[in-house]
Ligand binder design. Structure first.
Ligand SMILES: Nc1ncnc2c1ncn2[C@@H]1O[C@H](COP(=O)(O)OP(=O)(O)O)[C@@H](O)[C@H]1O
Ligand SMILES: O=P(O)(O)OC[C@H](O)CO
Length: 499
C-alpha cells in the first residue's frame, strides 16, 4: 500500500492537488488559478481543456515536490465544483463548447418557462432541488440547442455529458470510463434522489438523450485506474464527491444533525440528515451526502452563490485590496460599517431567496463612508448570507445550532469568523486542517482501498485549531440583521424586466 492518498480538488477558481498521509496531514500541495471567462453579463464559462491541464500539472507538481512516485500513492480521490457542465465528443474527447459554470445565469428565463410549464413540484419532489439555472439540466439543453448539430450528434450517441468529476475521470483513464458519483448526479436536476436513477420524465422534457449521461456509483469505490500514458502508472481512482459533500465528509459530520459551512467562492451550509431525505419548507435543497457505504445518506443544503468571490471582486475589479487576506486588516480598522450593507447578488440570490433576478446592491452609503467600511460591509455580507441559511435550517430542523464547523479559503479571516459567531450567537470551530474538501475526497478514496479502516479511525484526525465565541449583545444583533433584511429587499427582482 502506498504512503499517501492524493486528492484532486478542482474548484471554481483554481485546481489544487494535495497529498495526505494517514493522520490527515498535508504532505504536499500545489495549486493553480485558471481563466474565468465572462462572455456576457451574468454568463460564466471555463475552458475544459484548461481545467484538465491545470489539474494534471498541479498533480505532477505536488508529487514532484516530495519525490512521490506512482507506487507511493494508495489511491486518488476527486472533488469538484459541482453542476458545471461539459459536453464532449465520445471519439475525440474534444469538448464541443466551453464548460458552463454553476454560477452562469444564461438559462434563467428557461427556468421561468419550466415553472410556467408546471414542472416545479415534480422537480422538487424527485430531485430535491429548487428549479434554477444553477443546476446542470438547463445548461446541457442550452449546449444542445446552441452548438450547431449538437442535438443530432447527441441523439446519434456521439456526445457525452459530465460534471467536472466525470470529465477528470474520463481524461485520467484516457477515455475509458464515463462515470459520476451520487453526490454530483444529485446536482444535475436530472436525477431522482429517492429512486437513485436518471429521471426519464425530466430527460424527455429537456430532450436530453440518456446515452449522454454517465453511470452513477457510490462516492467511495474503485471507479477504475489511471492510464499509464497519463500518470506513468496505474493508480486506483477510488473516491469522488462534489466539493461541498466532500467537505461535509472531511469535517467528519457523519451523524445526522452535524453541520459544516464552507466559505469559498460561494458559501455552502450542509447538514447531514442521515438516511432521511428531509424536505425543506424554507428554501433549502435536499441533496445526497457522500458516504462510504452503498446505502445513501442525505443532506440539507443552503447554497450562496457569491461569498469569497465578492472579496475577489474587491481585489480585481474595485482594486481596493492587493490580496484577499488584506481585507482582515481593513475590517479591523473601523468600529463598524456605519450602516452600509453590501448584498453581493452578482449572480442572483440562491438560498433561501432563489431570486434569479436579484443583483449586487450597496445601501446606506453617506458622504462619510470610508473605503474600510466598504470593505468591511463586503466581508460582513458573507456572514449575513450564512445567517440567513442557518435561520432556514433551524426552522426546518427545529434545532438551535450550538456549534458550526467551518472551512474554505475565507474562513482564514478571523474577523469574519468572530463576526459570524456574534451574528449567529453560536460557537464557531475552525479545524486545524481547513482543506477539508480535499481531505474528504482523500478519505472517500482511502476507505475504498483500505488505506483507512473505517470512519472511527478517520474521526481521530479531526482537531480544532480555533474557537470563536459570541460577544455581541442581542439588541445589536437584532438591529444588524434587520438592516440586512432591508438591504436584501433592495437587491431583489432588480433585473427582472430587462431585455
Ligand atoms: N483571508 C481572507 N479573507 C476573505 N476572503 C478570503 C480570504 N482568503 C481567501 N478568501 C476568499 O476565499 C476564496 C477562495 O477560497 P477557496 O476555498 O480556495 O475557494 P474555491 O474552492 O471556491 O475556489 C476566494 O474567493 C477568496 O477571495
Ligand atoms: O468551487 P467552490 O468551492 O466555490 O464550490 C462550488 C460549488 O460546488 C457550487 O455548487
Amino acid at each position: 500500500m502506498g504512503s499517501y492518498v492524493i486528492a484532486l480538488d478542482q474548484g471554481t477558481t483554481s485546481s489544487r492537488c494535495i497529498l495526505f498521509d494517514e493522520q490527515g496531514n498535508i504532505c504536499s500541495v500545489a495549486q493553480k488559478e485558471f481563466t474565468q471567462i465572462f462572455p456576457q453579463p451574468g454568463w460564466v464559462e471555463h475552458d475544459p481543456m484548461e481545467i484538465w491541464s491545470s489539474q494534471l500539472s498541479v498533480t505532477m507538481e505536488a508529487m514532484g515536490k516530495i519525490g512521490a512516485h506512482n507506487s507511493d500513492i494508495a489511491a486518488i480521490g476527486i472533488t469538484n465544483q459541482r453542476e458545471t457542465t461539459i459536453v464532449w465528443d465520445k471519439e475525440t474527447g474534444e469538448p464541443i463548447y466551453h464548460a458552463i459554470v454553476w454560477q452562469c445565469r444564461r438559462t434563467a428565463d428557461r427556468i421561468e418557462r419550466l415553472k410556467s410549464d408546471g414542472l416545479e413540484s415534480l422537480i422538487v419532489e424527485r430531485t430535491g432541488l429548487i428549479p434554477d439555472a444553477y443546476f446542470s439540466g438547463s445548461k446541457i439543453e442550452w449546449i444542445l440547442d446552441h452548438v450547431e448539430g449538437a442535438r443530432e450528434r447527441a441523439e446519434r450517441g456521439e456526445l457525452l455529458f459530465g460534471t467536472v468529476d466525470t470529465w477528470l475521470i474520463w481524461n485520467l483513464t484516457k477515455g475509458c470510463i464515463h462515470v459520476t458519483d451520487y453526490t454530483n448526479a444529485s446536482r444535475t436536476m436530472l436525477f431522482d434522489i429517492h429512486k437513485k436513477c436518471w429521471d426519464e420524465d425530466i430527460l424527455d422534457y429537456f430532450r436530453i438523450p440518456k446515452s449522454m449521461l454517465p453511470d452513477v456509483k457510490p462516492s467511495s469505490c474503485v471507479y477504475g485506474y489511471t492510464s499509464s500514458d497519463v500518470m506513468g502508472g496505474k493508480i486506483p481512482i477510488a473516491g469522488a464527491a462534489g466539493d461541498q459533500q466532500a467537505a461535509l465528509f472531511g469535517q467528519c459530520c457523519f451523524e445526522a444533525g452535524e453541520v459544516k459551512n464552507t466559505y469559498g467562492t460561494g458559501c455552502f451550509l450542509l447538514m447531514n440528515t442521515g438516511n432521511k431525505a428531509v424536505r425543506s419548507e424554507h428554501g433549502l435543497l435536499t441533496t445526497i451526502a457522500a458516504s462510504d457505504q452503498e446505502q445513501i445518506q442525505y443532506a440539507l443544503e443552503g447554497s450562496v452563490f457569491v461569498a469569497g468571490a465578492a472579496v475577489q471582486w474587491l481585489r480585481d475589479e474595485m482594486r481596493m485590496v492587493r490580496s484577499a487576506s488584506q481585507t482582515e486588516e481593513y475590517c479591523g480598522a473601523v468600529e463598524d460599517t456605519g450602516g452600509v450593507y453590501m448584498v453581493p447578488a452578482f449572480a442572483g440570490l440562491g438560498a433561501p431567496y432563489w431570486d434569479q433576478y436579484a443583483r449586487g446592491t450597496i445601501v446606506g452609503v453617506t458622504r462619510g463612508t470610508s473605503k474600510e467600511q466598504f470593505i468591511r460591509a463586503t466581508v460582513e455580507s458573507m456572514a449575513y448570507q450564512v445567517s440567513d441559511l442557518i435561520e432556514a435550517m433551524e426552522q426546518d430542523s427545529e434545532i438551535h445550532l450550538k456549534q458550526l464547523r467551518v472551512d474554505g479559503g475565507a474562513c482564514a479571516n478571523s474577523f469574519l469568523m468572530q463576526f459570524q459567531s456574534d451574528l449567529l450567537n453560536t460557537q464557531i470551530l475552525r479545524p486545524k486542517c481547513i482543506e477539508t474538501t480535499a481531505l474528504g475526497a482523500a478519505y472517500l478514496a482511502g476507505l475504498a482501498v483500505g488505506y483507512w479502516k473505517d470512519k472511527e479511525e478517520i474521526k481521530k484526525n479531526w482537531k480544532v485549531a480555533n474557537t470563536f465565541e459570541s460577544h455581541m449583545e442581542e439588541e445589536r444583533r437584532k438591529k444588524l440583521i434587520k438592516g440586512w433584511k432591508k438591504a436584501i429587499k433592495c437587491a431583489r427582482f432588480w433585473s427582472e424586466d430587462e431585455d
